[in-house]
Design a protein around this ligand. Sequence first.
Ligand SMILES: Nc1ncnc2c1ncn2[C@@H]1O[C@H](COP(=O)(O)OP(=O)(O)OP(=O)(O)O)[C@@H](O)[C@H]1O
Ligand SMILES: [Mg+2]
Length: 392
Amino acid sequence: MDPALNPFAPGSGVRPPALVGRQVEIDAFELLVARAKANTAGDRGMLLTGLRGVGKTVLLNVFSDIARHNGWLVVQFEAQPGDKAGGAARRKLARELQLGARRLRPTPAWSHLREQGLGSISNISVSLGLQGLTADLKFAAGRADSHDLDIDLEELVEDICLSMSKARAGFALVIDEMQDLDEDLLGALLAVQHTAGQRGWPFFIIGAGLPSLPGRLSESRSYAERLFQYRQIGRLDHSAASEALTVPIDRLGGILRGDALETLLEAAGGYAYFLQAYGRTVWETASDREITVGDALLAVELGTADLDQGFFVARWQRTTRSERGYLRAMSQDGEGPTATADLIDRLQKDHSSLTSQRARLIDKGIIFAPEHGHVQFTVPGMGSFIARQSND
Ligand SMILES: Nc1ncnc2c1ncn2[C@@H]1O[C@H](COP(=O)(O)OP(=O)(O)OP(=O)(O)O)[C@@H](O)[C@H]1O
Ligand SMILES: [Mg+2]
């Protein structure tokens, strides 16, 4: 069919043509916003966890849109692997705070924020390492300017929240790839979320990350598991996955026949990114508005080749020869998880050399530790991809 009209969107954080199967999470976030509007205290932030490509970023973006639409201050940024000293994350936080505050100009919160909050944003921007954007934001002496991150963040959040709650809105700090935050910033953010909960400030960290994120947070602060609603974002069920494919095709006048749909669903295994990838190839292979099982079979073949050459290989190529050996040994368990004790047997290597390989593969974002003594691929389907590769 006409490639110019192909609606499918395999990508990162790209809004899909039909956003399906996430109404429970969207309703939960809308409730949080409604409760802030009613000045009801006692809510927790929200954390989305899941493997690569399941739709966490798309959902975070939906939450940000809802919050902005309700006049909230929304500050959104993505943490980066390898940013151990946290300089990049702090600069992004400072920049997004300033931009987020500016976006509030047309909202009811602005007049309150001008009285209380903007000064702290200016001050904390300086201590977070960002200068030059503050020209028209006034400084407030004595607020968020101690250069102690914990104190400054708490004062900042307090000032902003006092203003936002007068406008019956809230302050959302939306952090993607949250497992990559450095320890100091993570600890300070958890501490301020803790204080906010106790004092009834409408401040919420809305985060997304790999399934190892809750463990990382609990290591940082023992009370962390009580600060958040945890939502696991996983495979879409059969009916949602069907809609992800049929709704965009119907909308453009196409017909996806039942057996063709089942073929695509089986290949995608309910994973959002794969549904988009196979959706795109089936649109390409179909020669008529009625899409047949023959079109679908070819689409699965082409789509799998696209995934092998893009989604998977991008990760595979970042590994060294010995790291590939480690991953191959993991792939004996399919998609895993794998006990690290089993890898010692399979690879006949000592514990310490495997520990450093494991750490490097975690840093590269290819594996994570779902629980103590285990490792798992971050990407669904990585085990079968490795099985398809020749031994090089
Ligand atoms: N609910 C959904 N329905 C259909 N498609 C979706 C849905 N959510 C996400 N997608 C599609 O899946 C792909 C991956 O989404 P997204 O980037 O949000 O995943 P992610 O979990 O953030 O992945 P990563 O961990 O790699 O950052 C995108 O192409 C997006 O359009
Ligand atoms: Mg993402």
